[in-house]
Write a protein of this length. Structure first.
Length: 251
């Protein structure tokens, strides 16, 4: 499951192929990023493997026009970003599911295209982190505010059936922990998000507003329902939801 082996398998794979890592391998990942190119759609399956990096190496997932790019079966132990997505034009949804993430950042979604992040376990020890960043069409871009919103529609980032939490072995109530705004989700720049059926321990949902320079454009739409929010003994939670831009529904 080295980066070089994964990259070689992606290069040789055809549309719809599944790239497997050796079962339950553990690899230090330091040399370069891994790219899933938009020219083909694949499933990257960790098969129970662990990728560990103390640097900022990541998976660059370029969304395909019609096929679903999929990442599953990994444990990621990352110092920086883990997965970065992008879309050129109209793209099919990606899916990131049944992984374990341990680090400061899970996903940077750099488009208005649809995607699904589900059934992942996401642990963090970082205060004031943004575990999932929905960056929409980018800084200063207003496209997300210029198109009609379809409530309940499919063209959104779906985040569902995930568990977000602080490491219980470290924050077990023996030491008071003060909460400084660690975010399961932070939305920007016209993005639309459906956030449902998640469990959040000492983490929050944030729809970011137009704070600071005029180039800051807030999130456009959010649907937040059937989530479970949990505090920890000795912890001080400031907000469960901070809705600073856009409109939507909370249930």
């Amino acid at each position: 499951c080295t980066r070089a082996n994964i990259a070689a398998a992606i290069t040789s794979a055809a549309n719809g192929d599944r790239v497997f890592c050796t079962a339950s391998s553990s690899v230090a990942w330091t040399d370069a990023d891994i790219t899933m190119p938009s020219s083909k759609y694949l499933t990257l399956d960790g098969n129970g493997s662990t990728l560990t990096s103390s640097t900022t190496k990541k998976i660059i997932l370029q969304q395909h026009a019609t096929g679903n790019q999929i990442i599953t079966g990994f444990t990621f132990q990352q110092a920086g970003d883990t997965i970065s997505t992008s879309c050129s034009g109209t793209c099919a949804a990606f899916r990131i599911h049944h992984n374990t993430f341990r680090g400061a950042s899970v996903l940077r979604h750099n488009s208005l295209a649809p995607g699904l992040l589900d059934h992942n376990t996401i642990d963090t020890l970082s205060a004031a982190a943004e575990l999932i960043q929905h960056l929409g069409c980018g800084s200063g871009c207003t496209t997300g505010w210029e198109v009609a919103v379809s409530p309940g529609g499919a063209n959104m980032l779906f985040i569902e059936d995930n568990t977000f939490r602080f490491d219980a072995a470290t924050y077990n109530g023996s030491t008071p922990y003060y909460y400084w705004g660690t975010k399961a989700h932070a939305g920007y720049y016209g993005g639309q998000t459906v956030f449902r059926y998640n469990t959040l321990e000492m983490t929050m949902f944030d729809a970011h507003g137009g704070i600071g320079p005029s180039s800051q454009v807030g999130q456009r739409w959010w649907e937040i329902y059937n989530n479970t929010f949990i505090g920890i003994t000795g912890g001080n939670v400031s907000d469960w939801m901070n809705l600073r831009a856009g409109s939507g529904v909370v249930w």
